[in-house]
Ligand binder design. Structure first.
Ligand code: FEO
Length: 386
C-alpha cells in the first residue's frame, strides 16, 4: 500500500483528514501478477516496490480490476518497465484504457468475462464482474487456492494505513468504521443494487481474505463487514436513532434543532447526531444519514428557497438514492418561509421515505407558544423509532 497523507480532498471533493491509501497487490507463483496499479503521484514508489518484490523476475500479468485513475494511472509506466506483461481486464476496461492512454491497448490486453479463469501455477484466478461497483468496467478477482477476494473499491475506506495492514490489528469499530461508512456511502452508495448483486455472488464463494484497493485487508470477522455492506447497500439504517441537520445564520434555527435533540435525548434516544450544514462537509452528514433511521432537516429560507449548504446536502442525499427513512422538515422565515416545500420536493423521487406530517414553521425564532407543536413533532419522530 502507498499512503497519501498530504491529500486534502479525495476525488477533489471529499475531505480526508487521515489521508487515503492506494493498494496494489503482487502475487508470486510460477507466473507473477500485479493487481491494479496506483495514483500517478505514487508511480515511482510503486515501480520501486514491485521491482524489489519481484527481485529480478519479470512481471507476467497486470490484473486491472478498475480503471479509475487512483488505481490505473501507472499502467503505462508498468508497460514501459515490463514490456512483456499481459493486461487482464474486462472489454469495457480495455475501452477505457484507450480513452485514458495512447499506447496500443489491444497488443497487451487479454479480455476476460464472468467466470473466466487464469492459472498462475499453484494459484488460480477467477474473474467476477462487478459493474457499477463503482464504475461500469469493474470486476473483482477471486483467487481460489488461498480464497482471496481482490475486491476493487468495495470494502475500502478513507484513511491512510498506519503500519498495521490488517483490520483485525486495529480498533476498527471505533477508529475506522465512521470513515469506512463515509467512503462507502459517498463513493458507492448510489449503486446499492449493484453492490447487492456482488454480495450475492460473494456469498457463493468461500472467502478467507478481502483485499480492497483502499485501506485495510480483512482476514477475520468477514461476516461483520459483509453485514455492514448488506445493510448499507439495501439502504437499511444501522441504528434506530435520529440525525438532525440544520442551516442557521443567527442561531434561531440552530436553537430549534438543539431543542428537538434534547427532547429526543430525554425520551432515551441514544447516539443522536446534530450537524450544522455550514460547518460540516456533506459527506459526513450523508454517511450518518445512512446510519440513522430518522432524519430531521431544519433550514432557514434563503433567496426564496433552501439555504445553500442545506440544498447541497439534500441534493447529495437524493443523488445517493437514500431510502427507507422517516423524515421531518422544519423551516424558518422572517417574512416568507418556503424551505419545507422545497426540501420536500428535493426528496420526492426517493423511495420509501416517510415524511412526517408534523413539520414546524418558525418565524424568526422559536416562540414559547410553539411548545405543543414542537412536542408533537418530537413525539412523531420518537414513535418512528419504535
Ligand atoms: Fe478508488 Fe473508483 O476508485
Amino acid at each position: 500500500d502507498l499512503n497519501d497523507r498530504r491529500i486534502a480532498l479525495f476525488e477533489n471533493v471529499y475531505p480526508v483528514p487521515r489521508g487515503v491509501s492506494y493498494n496494489s497487490y503482487l502475487l508470486l507463483d510460477e507466473k507473477t501478477a500485479l493487481f491494479d496499479t496506483i495514483d500517478q503521484a505514487f508511480t515511482h514508489q510503486l515501480l520501486e516496490n514491485v521491482s524489489s518484490v519481484l527481485d529480478g523476475r519479470s512481471l507476467d500479468y497486470l490484473i486491472v480490476n478498475h480503471m479509475e485513475p487512483d488505481h490505473c494511472a501507472s499502467i503505462a509506466d508498468i508497460l514501459f518497465r515490463y514490456p512483456g506483461v499481459k493486461i487482464v481486464c474486462t472489454a469495457k476496461a480495455a475501452n477505457m484504457m484507450k480513452q485514458f492512454f495512447e499506447f496500443d491497448v489491444d497488443q497487451y490486453v487479454v479480455p476476460v468475462k464472468e467466470g473466466d479463469t487464469l492459472s498462475l501455477g499453484v494459484h488460480t484466478l477467477t474473474f467476477v464482474m462487478a459493474p457499477m461497483v463503482h464504475w461500469p468496467e469493474v470486476m473483482v478477482t477471486y483467487e481460489t487456492t488461498e480464497k482471496i477476494l481482490f475486491s476493487a473499491d468495495a470494502f475500502g475506506s478513507f484513511g491512510a494505513i498506519d503500519g498495521n495492514i490488517f483490520a483485525d490489528e486495529t480498533d476498527y469499530k471505533n477508529q475506522w468504521l465512521p470513515e469506512a461508512r463515509r467512503y462507502y456511502c459517498n463513493i458507492v452508495g448510489k449503486y446499492g443494487p449493484q453492490v447487492q448483486a456482488l454480495l450475492k455472488k460473494a456469498s457463493g464463494l468461500e472467502i478467507s481474505m478481502i483485499c480492497p484497493l483502499h485501506s485495510l485487508v480483512w482476514r477475520k470477522d468477514l461476516d461483520w463487514l459483509l453485514e455492514k455492506y448488506s445493510r448499507w447497500s439495501s439502504y437499511e439504517p444501522e441504528e434506530k436513532t435520529v440525525l438532525i441537520a440544520y442551516a442557521s445564520v443567527y442561531g434561531h434555527t440552530e436553537q430549534a434543532a438543539d431543542a428537538i435533540a434534547a427532547r429526543l435525548a430525554e425520551r432515551g434516544v441514544p447516539n443522536i447526531a446534530v450537524y450544522d450544514v455550514s460547518k460540516t462537509h456533506p459527506s459526513y452528514i450523508l454517511a450518518d444519514a445512512f446510519r440513522c433511521s430518522a432524519l430531521v432537516f431544519a433550514s432557514i429560507t434563503y433567496n426564496n428557497g433552501i439555504f445553500c449548504n442545506m440544498e447541497t446536502l439534500l441534493h447529495q442525499i437524493a443523488a445517493h438514492n437514500l431510502q427507507n427513512r422517516t423524515v421531518a422538515f422544519l423551516e424558518n422565515g422572517s417574512w416568507a418561509p418556503v424551505s419545507v416545500k422545497h426540501m420536500t420536493d428535493t426528496f420526492a423521487s426517493l423511495k420509501n421515505m416517510k415524511v412526517l406530517e408534523e413539520s414546524l414553521t418558525i418565524r424568526s425564532s422559536l416562540k414559547n407558544c410553539q411548545g405543543d407543536c414542537l412536542e408533537a413533532l418530537v413525539d412523531s419522530i420518537f414513535q418512528s423509532l419504535a
